[in-house]
Design a protein around this ligand. Structure first.
Ligand code: SF4
Length: 356
């Protein structure tokens, strides 16, 4: 973490920057912080600005342009925070924003308003402030017996120290009505050496703990990440993935099929494919929804069902995740439904109309 690339001149020493990339650092500098771990930097192509991994972490001037409909907090999370850093949107579960720090800052981050900000010496609130916020969140969870699921995210909670992670998990687990804990992280893809035997032994003490891994492209699925996933899966931590659909990065059937199939070999179940949230300066990353639907159509039936994630839009304004599916029900003929299969062939299914 200490050796991360944090500024334009360090970046220019490892990559041949284009004009659009250099321009992002001109004037007052990048609006959204930069951080790339040495490990992830080693995966970047120094000469190809269109390389998918490079596009996802290296800023360009395009992120300074605000397009119509873009918002700082598109999911309106702040409106659903009963205490700072705790989002209670769905009745039975909460999102605990445990830290504002990540090891790598993705240029399309939903929480770009939040992550990597903070005091000059680091990126998060100082320890006392952080623990005070966690205490307030824990008190709220303890006082709400309907909360059975706590998602610990951020930022990236696996950037916290082992001791902090243990403190937080043990306190959540001590609340009797919390059934499951989930951790949202990109660490296995960007800093896989953080998945140490000690960390894994801490997490497994508080089972059932599930983990959602943020992955973007098959090039991230290295042998290092494979080893990290193996340690986590062997510790009985169910692994799912979350991927943001990104123009020019992963918006094609071959790329996503390769990503999802390879994740299965790492015992990670592809779980969500997100339509990119309209954060400021993200227009160059967003695909049309029609593209997303065509990708799902190109996967469903053409690969293992486990390799097909749920394609969702997290509704701007705080409506929550809304699933999207290509329409396979193409009509009705009296008492039969007309269905289309993955090959485009039609079939009927008896489905008598219900008469009042
Ligand atoms: S790891 Fe997640 S929270 Fe951190 S910058 Fe990337 S998308 Fe945002």
């Amino acid at each position: 973490m200490r050796h991360r690339v944090r500024d334009g001149s360090s970046l220019a020493s490892i990559l041949r920057l284009t004009q659009a990339e250099s321009a992002a650092f001109a004037g007052t500098g990048v609006a959204f912080p930069l951080a790339i771990t040495p490990y992830y930097a080693s995966l970047l192509d120094p000469d190809n600005p269109d390389q998918p991994l490079r596009r996802s972490v290296v800023p360009t001037i395009h992120e300074t342009l605000r397009a119509q409909g873009e918002l700082d907090d598109p999911l309106a999370e702040e409106a659903d925070e009963p205490v700072p850093g705790l989002v209670h949107r769905y009745p039975d579960r909460v999102l605990l924003l445990a830290t504002e720090s990540c090891s790598v800052y993705c240029r399309y981050c939903t929480r770009s308003r939040l992550v990597g900000r903070g005091h000059a010496a680091g990126e998060t609130h100082g320890e006392p402030v952080r623990y005070r916020r966690w205490e307030a969140a824990l008190q709220y969870i303890a006082a709400h017996p309907e909360i059975r699921d706590v998602l610990v995210s951020g930022g990236d909670p696996l950037t916290l120290s082992d001791d902090s992670i243990e403190w937080l998990l043990s306190r959540i687990r001590a609340i009797g009505h919390v059934e499951i804990i989930r951790l949202g992280t990109k660490v296995p893809a960007v800093l896989p050496m953080r998945i140490t035997p000690r960390l894994v032994s801490i997490i497994r003490r508080y089972h059932p703990v599930w983990m959602s891994l943020h992955v973007t492209h098959p090039d991230e699925l290295t042998s290092d990440m494979g080893r990290a996933c193996e340690c986590l899966a062997d510790a009985g931590i169910p692994l799912g993935s979350q991927t943001v659909l990104l123009s020019g990065v992963n918006d094609s059937v071959p790329v996503l099929k390769q990503l999802f199939q390879k994740l299965l070999t790492m015992r990670v179940r592809p779980y969500y494919l997100y339509q990119c949230d309209p954060i400021p300066g993200s227009a160059h990353f967003r695909t049309s929804v029609a593209t997303g639907l065509e990708i799902i159509r190109g996967l469903r039936g053409h690969t293992t069902g486990y390799a097909v994630p749920n394609y969702v839009i997290d509704a701007p304004g705080g409506g929550g995740k809304i699933p999207l599916q290509p329409d396979y029900c193409v009509g009705r003929d009296d008492d039969e439904l007309i269905l289309e299969n993955y090959q485009g062939r039609t079939f009927t299914y008896p489905d008598p109309k219900v008469h009042a």
